[in-house]
Design a protein around this ligand. Sequence first.
Ligand SMILES: [Fe+2]
Length: 220
Amino acid sequence: MFEKITPQPLFASTIWIHHLKAEVAGPLNQHLARQIDRLISPKPPRAPGETWQTEARLHTLPEFSDLTALFMTAAKGVLEKLEIDYGEFEITGCWANVNPKGGIHPVHNHPNNYLSGVYYVQIPPGADAIQFHDPRHQPTLIAPRIKNYNAYNSIAAHARARPGQMILFPAWLVHSVDPNPSDEVRISISFNIMFSDYVQRMSYPKWDGIALERHKNTGG
Ligand SMILES: [Fe+2]
């Protein structure tokens, strides 16, 4: 009856997965793991489920400059794909996460930024996923049982976390990480990106009003 049916997903919440070349990722990850271990040692005690996190200013440390250069290049590429009219952007926060066995990241987003990202340094077996959650509230109101989950009916989706892989995503996109089942730590580095000149360049209304200059010489 129908010549064809064409599903057209609307308003995509796109994540941008970047795969570093193995010959670059190998030595970089060894270096990063050493630096992060130095920064968090001696490790303060953690309750079950908790994780170690550094301060959020790794991007100011020279030991992380190669990585932050990669973050900037990746973010520039994503902003170009999004065709955003911007002037400058910067990393506003960058921190390492070290999940021991059982360590999680509960559901959260990254407020006050435009893009966020995560780079994977060390991923033990079974700890290789990040969950992204549907930002729409409507699908949870009428929520029938699902026979098979697919791209059209799911309200959560995971992306694979692999060493040397970086995922950029909208900072508002809610995400979480399940418990690390391994005795080996899971190491990732998170970062945020925001426009440096947001107020000056980007916040003025997008519409044009009646020009104020018309009243310049009339005292009106
Ligand atoms: Fe996060």
